[in-house]
Write a protein of this length. Structure first.
Length: 231
């Protein structure tokens, strides 16, 4: 099919092409709600064993660094558990803020132990509550970690807060920003498909070329403006 034929189809069925994106665009804009405000922060920790292990003549610093790496890795995994979320929720309650353990788990966006430093990312809709949440996470990590390390014989690992990043507003995701244009674009594709389908199933003969393609002779052709009247 030649390109000019597609232009003719688009000119003939333009309303069918534009109708789906128009409907989808109006509906999406009417139902669209602004993204809720959200804030993010991160906290960084280092950790170690409270008492130095027996070294048997070996360099004690090696074992201290090795133990620190293992403890930080264990803390990273503990942060992702429901037990940690329960402990943080209880700490928040003690501070006068009621947040369920499920919401606490959802607020922890990531935990990482790159370079033997524990990094925890937090996100919440209220800036003041996010600060309290970060403080509660720090308290639980420093005072409740004995249950996560039975290897320490009931002792609490030494967890040191290195840095608590400032609060920063969370920008909307790409999906949220381009949701309406993507829907309108898909609706436009659907409109083009409808126009092609309408052209394919159109029972009317509109040009002599259509008859010639069927092998039928064309005796005469009526102009688009109709028959001219004699003066």
């Amino acid at each position: 099919m030649e390109l000019r034929v597609y232009f003719k189809i688009a000119a003939r069925w333009w309303w069918l092409i534009l109708l789906p994106p128009l409907v989808v665009g109006v509906y999406s804009l009417a139902r669209r709600q602004p993204a809720p405000a959200a804030y993010a922060t991160s906290v960084r920790f280092t950790a170690g064993q409270p008492t130095a292990p027996a070294t048997s003549g070996y360099d004690p610093n090696y074992y201290r660094w090795l133990t620190s790496e293992y403890i930080v890795g264990g803390l990273k995994d503990w942060v992702r558990t429901s037990a940690f979320a329960d402990a943080v929720s209880a700490e928040l309650t003690a501070r006068g803020l009621s947040i369920s353990s499920g919401a606490v788990a959802g607020a922890i966006t990531y935990s990482d132990n790159a370079r033997s430093i524990l990094v925890i990312g937090l996100q919440w809709s209220d800036a003041a509550q996010l600060t309290t949440l970060a403080q509660s996470v720090t308290t639980v990590l420093q005072t409740k970690n004995a249950a996560a390390f039975p290897q320490l014989g009931g002792q609490t690992a030494t967890v040191t807060l290195l840095d608590q990043g400032g609060l920063a507003p969370v920008t909307p995701s790409l999906r949220a920003r381009f949701d309406v244009p993507l829907k309108v674009g898909l609706a436009l594709v659907a409109g083009l498909a409808l126009a092609l389908a309408a052209h394919y199933f159109d029972p009317f003969v509109r040009e002599k070329g259509e008859l010639e393609n069927l092998g039928l002779p064309v005796v005469a052709e009526i102009p688009k403006g109709g028959r001219r009247q004699a003066p």
